[in-house]
Design a protein around this ligand. Structure first.
Ligand code: T4K
Length: 403
């Protein structure tokens, strides 16, 4: 356990971890069960397109969430594209800038203009009052993002969408297994979209799903997912290839059997971080709302440089030198990335909260491969760096410890 400055790797100490500690190390469920399923699908020679694992996976997810339809898709991004297209979004759609770039790209990919909206700094999700200010005659919908698994203000957004006759969809990439007011995420808006990418706490290697209680929308999504085919030779509309493969569905079914274990470990890790960082001024651990069901898959720090005297980026440098590969999701915010920054520079609406949060946030490793001891080591490094902040800043200023 490092407790003095000279032990830190930026001062020449041995890195705390020999192997890199990643944010987003995949959780693997029961390997034997997975291999059993892989053998079955190989024996069956049914690898994709409506296979039995895909069907079973969809049924299980729908039952788990209490939603009428789950349509599995090859990635979260393609799921967003299909959901947006199938629900008829056009023109302008209001989205947060504080999200993974895929949320914006899935709109732009279809020539729909993402109109970036600021967030509530406490929840990191869309600020409904600001959403309303951005509605124009070209607006066709709102896409909320349940960032970190923290649900949006679903009620307020549903009300706004209803009053302005707009579509409402949710990017629920982070929110599998979470709830809003006691009801599972997946039941809100016209549709919600999950990501099951390898880095999510529950994964299908690559994958995602669209869930909805709207029968017509579900039928449109199913058609689009498979090129618009209704039978072997019948194509009735434009579509794409969004199908989830059997091996991904096998991983999903196996992961579902360990879902509660994954969440329990994430929760344990979250409580460890909370305890270890409790009295550290200027460091806020993003609080998961424990009155709702959460998946606790992201450990998110907000670093207030005015208090700590160390910037988020410098703290990240300290951690990377120790092989702790903390990430600054979703820096710098979609509106400050291309192609959006070029378009957005003309827009009148600044996004002060988004910019503030994007400059402060640092995500730390968690998941099944991170232990309470690892967390104690990580937090002690953060504490040591902050306590010796002047020396750390001097060291990093000289470039002597550049990584
Ligand atoms: N909407 C939101 C709000 C999202 O956050 C995302 C995805 C999407 C939509 C789109 O869903 P997908 O189309 O991805 O299903 C990651 C993921 O690529 C992305 O899925 C995720 N959000 C985003 C927040 O984070 P990176 O840049 O961190 O991913 P990557 O692949 O560099 O992995 C991070 C680290 O994890 C690696 O350095 C090493 C480790 N890792 C990664 C993989 C893939 C492993 O140890 N094993 C692995 O197999 O973006």
């Amino acid at each position: 356990m490092k407790s003095s400055l000279e032990q830190l790797a930026i001062f020449g100490g041995v890195p705390a971890f020999q192997e890199k500690l990643h944010v987003g190390r995949p959780n693997i469920g029961n390997r034997e069960r997975l291999l059993e399923r892989i053998n079955q699908l190989l024996d069956r020679k049914w690898l994709t397109n409506g296979g039995p694992f895909e069907q079973e996976f969809e049924e299980r997810v729908a039952a788990l969430l209490g939603v009428r339809h789950c349509i599995s898709i090859c990635s979260g991004t393609v799921a967003l594209e299909i959901a947006f297209r199938a629900s008829g979004l056009t023109g302008e759609v209001i989205v947060p800038s504080f999200t993974f770039i895929a949320t914006a790209h899935a709109l732009q990919w279809q020539k729909i203009t993402p109109v970036f909206c600021d967030i509530d700094p406490h929840t990191h999700t869309l600020d409904p009052a600001k959403v309303e200010q951005l509605i124009t005659t070209r607006t066709s919908g709102i896409v909320g993002v349940h960032v970190w698994g923290q649900s949006c203000d679903v009620k307020a957004l549903t009300d706004i969408a209803g009053r302005h006759e707009l579509k409402l969809l949710f990017d629920a990439a982070h929110a599998f297994g979470c709830s809003y007011e006691g009801r599972p995420i997946g039941n809100f808006g016209d549709a919600e979209v999950f990501s099951f990418h390898a880095t999510k706490f529950f994964n299908t290697f690559e994958g995602g799903a669209i869930v909805t209680n709207d029968d017509a929308l579900a039928a449109a999504v199913r058609l689009m997912r498979n090129f618009g085919f209704t039978g072997y030779d019948d194509v009735i509309s434009v579509g794409t290839n969004g199908k989830m493969s059997e091996i991904s569905a096998a991983m999903g079914l196996t992961g579902l059997e360990s879902l509660e274990d994954f969440i329990a470990v994430n929760y344990r890790n979250y409580k460890c971080y909370q305890q270890e960082l409790a009295d550290l001024p200027g460091i806020r651990l993003f609080p998961h709302n424990e009155s709702q069901r959460g998946n606790y898959q992201y450990i998110v720090l907000e670093i207030d440089q005015a208090v700590t005297q160390i910037s988020r980026d410098r703290l990240m440098q300290v951690l990377w030198a120790e092989n702790i590969l903390a990430r600054r999701y979703f820096y710098p915010g979609c509106h400050r990335m291309e192609p959006y920054s070029s378009h957005y520079s003309d827009a009148a609406q600044p996004l002060p909260e988004t910019e503030k949060i994007a400059d402060r946030v640092l995500c730390l490793p968690t998941g099944m491969s991170v232990t309470p001891t690892d967390i104690a080591v990580i937090c002690r490094i953060i504490r040591t760096a902050i306590q010796g902040v002047d020396a750390v800043n001097r060291r990093l200023e000289t470039g002597a410890a550049r990584i």
